[in-house]
Design a protein around this ligand. Structure first.
Ligand code: NAP
Length: 403
């Protein structure tokens, strides 16, 4: 499939995405016009296609089940969604390898999502854009036929499927000006960035103007969205990326440091310090970046590379939690002495954040960055693409196209 990038207002899309949006309108119409789909009821057993794993490993473990039992609404707060498109995120690749299973399985058990003593068969994929087919009795904000986008909790069966079940607080209406392929690229990175900057970092739109942010890793899914959010709120953004991504990242409004040709930390000596640093890289980068944070109580370095899940996998749940708490305590003590500290953030479903960003997308302040679209039948190839790294925006699965 053709790779990147045609530019429409700087929006990166392969031309096949644009062509397919016409097919999608037709497909959405088709779904709306199919009484059999709209009449699907939680009491009716129906089948669907879904990508599943039966054990952890690499993309070879992904198998397409063409007659899986479609998920059904079990709680009045839930909705049945026909998925039009989903994205593949680094978290999917890591969960394919078993990342986070210890803690996530506890959540699954608590919510009754493990019934046969195992999490398998497991469907991966955290976000989607699609159409509401059926809404539970307590759902007040959405109805059948609504076009929505969302990102699901890690404990749930995922979105690399034709249908999924969501709760109403995990979704919002999809932006009217985006195709489902474009919209599906955004919910996971929106909700993760929101968790990092707004929830953990306590950034508020009304106080954001003129603040300075450094995004370590500006060219990937999180980086390209975080820069746009910061710019939309009037912040000054600096981002690191490699040479071939400089145009993309500059086009989003960031001042760029090319980490392939320059020493990032030397370059940062000559600029003002930052109110926020969003670290999508981890390792030495987190430590190296800390001196560039303003030494103020309301300046924060937030890293997305949290040890919580990996500690629990390696050490067991309780020792893992303990180890993480010790590390967090050390970071807090360092913060008390130096005035700057590292905070960890993790993805959290957040329909309210999606609703706020929907309005910003419709006002053309934020746009999706889609690198490549794969048909539903090529989900393993999409996983390989993500695990190979060097992404420029997002990888999307077209759930309406089978080959
Ligand atoms: N804690 C959570 O809940 C959570 C949630 C979402 C994401 N994450 C993590 O956050 C990270 C970023 O996520 P993502 O979705 O944005 O990943 P992504 O789409 O794969 O993007 C990563 C980007 O970083 C660039 N990069 C790699 N090394 C770099 C360096 N030294 N300096 C600057 N840029 C560099 C990569 O391109 P080049 O290699 O070509 O430079 C790529 O564009 C991942 O590790 C992911 O697992 C965590």
């Amino acid at each position: 499939m053709a790779n990147i990038i045609n530019s429409r207002n700087g929006l990166c899309l392969c031309h096949r995405v644009l062509n397919r949006s016409h097919q999608l309108v037709g497909a959405v119409q088709y779904v709306k016009n199919q009484p059999c789909l709209l009449r699907m009821s939680s009491n009716t057993a129906h089948k669907m296609q879904t990508w599943q794993i039966h054990e952890y490993g690499s993309s070879e473990k992904l198998t397409l089940n063409t007659s899986a039992h479609a998920a059904t609404i079990k709680s009045p707060n839930e909705l049945l969604i026909r998925i039009h498109a989903a994205s593949v995120n680094p978290i999917d690749v890591r969960m394919l390898g078993g990342y986070g299973r210890s803690l996530i399985n506890i959540l699954r058990k608590r919510k009754g999502l493990i019934t046969a003593g195992t999490e398998f068969p497991l469907t991966l994929g955290r976000d989607f854009s699609g159409t509401v087919i059926e809404a539970g009795k307590a759902v007040s904000k959405f109805k059948a036929g609504d076009e929505v986008w969302g990102a699901l909790g890690a404990e749930k069966h995922g979105t690399h499927a034709k249908y999924t079940i969501v709760s109403q607080d995990e979704i919002s209406k999809k932006p009217d000006n985006l195709s489902h392929l474009e919209a599906a690229s955004m919910p996971y990175v929106i909700t993760t960035t929101w968790a990092a900057l707004c929830t953990i970092g306590e950034l508020k739109e009304r106080e954001a103007a003129m603040k300075r942010i450094l995004v370590l890793g500006g060219s990937g899914g999180i980086g390209t969205f975080a820069i746009q959010l910061a710019k939309a709120w009037g912040m000054h953004a600096t981002a690191t990326c490699s040479t071939d991504a400089v145009d993309l990242v500059t086009g989003l409004g960031a001042e760029v440091i090319d980490y392939r040709t320059k020493d990032v930390w030397k370059e940062l000596h000559s600029v003002d310090k930052f109110d926020y640093i969003l670290d999508t890289l981890g390792g030495e980068n987190t430590k190296n970046a800390l001196p560039y944070l303003k030494p103020r109580h309301d300046s924060h370095l937030i890293t997305l590379i949290s040890p919580l899940l990996s500690n629990s996998d390696k050490l067991g749940v309780l020792p893992g939690l303990l180890q993480t708490a010790v590390t967090a305590g050390i970071e807090t003590l360092k913060g008390l002495t130096s005035g700057t500290s590292v905070r960890w953030a993790v993805f959290m479903p957040n329909g309210a954040a999606l609703e706020k960003v929907r309005q910003m997308v419709e006002a053309e302040k934020i746009k999706p960055i889609v690198q490549q679209v794969f048909p539903f039948t090529e989900v393993p190839a999409a996983f390989k693409k993500v695990s190979n790294g060097h992404l420029r925006g997002k990888i999307v699965i077209d759930a309406l196209v089978d080959s």
